[in-house]
Ligand binder design. Structure first.
Ligand code: PEP
Ligand code: MN
Length: 355
């Protein structure tokens, strides 16, 4: 960090900055200039961030040079992390497929979607039991009953379950029935919720906020990590821009920036990013080509009857085709979709017959 002093700063004011930095265990290097003095700080940046340096007399500006996060930064943890969700590893060597309905509407609908996901070769089942809806009059989810339905689907298909938790008080219950806790875009900066899932030993899938910068997204992950839970997967799900042709704008460059900055796996959700069924597969492929470590896709047995996000839901056949294409892409990129044949084609008993 660099502290820039005002042109009017006195020697006593410079000395005070130096003293405060030394008291905090850091080193301060003073460079007197022709018109102003700058002070270079060496030591624990995070510690300096907690100091009120900008408000000391004579200080004009404090410029941060390093990153404001530590635990999730790749700099201090060069090895890529693997996050186990149930028995499935999400890592940087493979492409994980997460599929399922937007919302758990009934046992029948979720079970059918879970079978579709399983048949297509997905590794994890998604589905919201607690739904963050823009309107309080829209379907809000089945809550605990929804979690039990997801657990029943896991029981039958063997697919570990990813589901959203909206409130700190629900974390324990959701974690007792699910294999990963999703933090939705609208809650990315709900710091009490982040701290609560940070205390859990269940993995967290952290969606990027609607208007969050990559740095804010990583800082949200740092909140979780600081409480002790390092099993975090970041999910790019589109950000708000001026464009209205799509629901959001899938920020693949931002995803790549995040992937470079952290050791955590980073996945993409082209369903919420586009909101348009026809755009989901192209954007899923683009995300994998850009390095995504996984894809989260919404599917529905009857999209036109879905209680939420029907227009972006894929059918079972759409998902079959997409997984096949992602497998071929994975082979070309040497980043396979686990469970798929090495040549990218489907194989094995059951696949042909169930298709
Ligand atoms: C979801 O995945 O169900 C969801 C609500 O997504 P997001 O938080 O990205 O809007
Ligand atoms: Mn949805």
């Amino acid at each position: 960090m660099v502290v820039v002093m005002k042109t009017s700063a006195t020697q006593a004011e410079v000395d005070e900055v130096v003293e405060r930095v030394r008291e905090a265990g850091g080193e301060a290097f003073v460079s007197p200039g022709r018109s102003r003095t700058i002070i270079g700080l060496v030591g624990d940046t995070l510690q300096f961030l907690e100091m009120p340096l900008a408000s000391l007399p004579g200080v004009e500006q404090v410029i941060r040079v390093g990153r404001p996060y530590k635990l999730v930064a790749r700099e201090l943890h060069p090895e890529p992390s693997t996050v186990m969700v149930g028995n499935h590893p999400i890592d940087r060597k493979t492409v994980t497929i997460i599929a399922g309905p937007c919302a758990v509407e009934s046992l029948e609908q979720t079970m059918e979607a879970a079978r579709m996901a399983k048949r297509a070769g997905a590794h994890l089942l998604r589905g919201g039991a607690y739904k963050p809806r823009s309107s309080p009059y829209s379907f809000q989810g089945l809550a605990k009953e929804g979690l039990e339905i997801l657990a029943a689907c896991r029981e039958e298909t063997g697919l570990p379950v990813v589901t959203e938790v909206l409130e700190p008080r629900d974390v324990e219950l959701v974690a007792s029935l699910a294999d990963a806790l999703q933090i939705g875009a609208r809650n990315m900066q709900n710091f009490s919720l982040l701290k609560e899932v940070g205390k859990s030993s269940t993995p967290v899938i952290l969606k990027r906020g609607l208007s969050a910068t990559v740095e804010e997204w990583l800082m949200a992950a740092e909140y979780v990590a600081r409480e002790g839970n390092m099993d975090i997967v970041l999910c790019e799900r589109g950000i708000r821009t001026f464009e209205t042709a799509t629901r959001n704008t899938l920020d693949l460059a931002g995803m790549a920036v995040a992937r470079d900055a952290t050791h955590l796996p980073v996945i993409a959700d082209p369903s919420h990013a586009t909101g348009v069924r026809e755009l989901v597969a192209p954007m899923a492929k683009a995300a994998v080509a850009a390095g995504a470590d996984g894809i989260m896709i919404e599917i529905h047995p009857h999209p036109s009857e879905a209680l939420s996000d029907g227009p972006q839901a894929l059918t079972g056949m759409d998902l079959d085709r997409l997984v096949e294409e992602l497998s071929a892409l994975g082979v070309a990129l040497k980043k396979p979709v686990p469970g798929q044949a090495k040549d990218g084609k489907k194989s094995g008993v059951g696949w042909a017959s169930s298709r």
